[in-house]
Every structure is written in C-alpha cells, then in structure tokens.
Design a protein around this ligand. Sequence first.
Ligand code: PGA
Length: 239
Amino acid sequence: MEMSNHIKTALKVETIIDLDTLYDRAFNVLKEAVHNGSKNFGLATGGTMLPLYERIRNSELDFTQCESVNLDEYVGLPKAHPESYISFMKQQLFNEKPFKKSNLPNGEAQDPHEEAARYEALLQKMKLDFQLLGIGENGHIGFNEPGTAFDSETHVVELEESTRIANARFFNSLDEVPTKAITMGISSIMRAEQILLIAVGEKKRTALEALLKGEVTEEIPVTILKKHPNVTVLTDLVI
Ligand code: PGA
C-alpha cells in the first residue's frame, strides 16, 4: 500500500543536539502526559530508552494508578534472562517505579501465536493514552520489520538479520540473539492517543530521513507515523 508523498502530516519534530537536553525534554513530554491524566502507557525497550528511564526512576512520578503495555518480547528467551524485555523493564523501571499492572507478551508461551492473540485481545480492551517508541535502523517500530502490513495486529515475527546484528551488542554472540519475537502490530501502535518517538545517533539517520522526507510505505514501517495526529519526534540529527 503506497501513498502519496504529499500528505499533510502533524508530526512535531524537535531537533536537540545536546543529549542531556533532549532526554530532559523527553521526560517533560511524558510528565505532561501524566499530569494531563494519561493512565495507560505503551513502553519500549532498547538503548535509546535508557536515559529516559533513568530520569523517570529519579523523579517524583508515580505510576501506581497506571497500567503499562510493552511493545514486544523475544520468543524463546527465558524471562529470567537479563536481556529478556521483561528483565529490562524490571531493571530499568518497574523495580523502582511499579505500575498497578504491567503487561508484556510472554516469550515463554508454548504457543507464541496463541500468546499474540491473547495480547492483542488485551490491547483491544485498553485505551492507550501514550506510546513511547524507538526506531530501528531499518525503520522498524516495535519489531514490525519492513514489509509488515500497516493494518497488522499483535503477531509473531521472524527478526531481520540486521535487527539481530544491531541487538547482538547486548548478548555474548549473534547466535544467542533470538530469531523470533512477539510484537504489537502497527495498527495497535497507531491507536495510541499520543506518541513520543526518540531517534538518536547517526545509525538512525536513514530511517528518520524516510519518516521526515520520504513517502508512506510499508517497506519502512515508521513512515506510517506521518498519518498519526499526535506524534512528537525528538532527535539529535539534523535532517
Ligand atoms: P535501540 O533500538 O534503542 O537499541 O537503538 C531501537 C529499536 O530497535 O526500536
């Protein structure tokens, strides 16, 4: 499904070269959402989120009346593995800033497809107020790799080699990086009322350029955000 390059977009792009300032701004966008009554938060993992979660841990924000859903989880990695996304979230956020309820796909489920359906049913019942997003070097959001249908719901994905290589830095070797994941679909992400996308570092330039200057195409999943009414993009890249 290709669309015209000339669609009107409501993207709010803020280019902030200094990373401390950029992450202070990210924290403030989130804090404002909390103060404005957001209750259900879509959370993300990945290196991009670390300075933001550090700011949240050190803040007064209280999520004990809020619920969280995470974008994705590796399939087949034990929950206790330090690189599972449930472990990441506990270490980076939940241990210090618990939510009333936190949801992630269960990467240890016997039938990952059934688990994806369970997760989708949960998302369908929820009004997602705020979604945090990083961006893959290949333009993925969540683990929605290039070519994923824009109307996709939660599903099991085969990770691209480039994604596994990008994430190998967190594991002892490339072989240890799981080959599959369960990810929230693009349609679930697009249902969020408000989205905060953080794209930091040269490696994200091509994907960000596609979002800011390219056409909306399923070949570069992040480009769908052009069609969302309330997305803030924070980047240190001058495009
Ligand atoms: P990163 O991952 O924050 O580790 O770069 C982002 C992503 O793949 O969505």
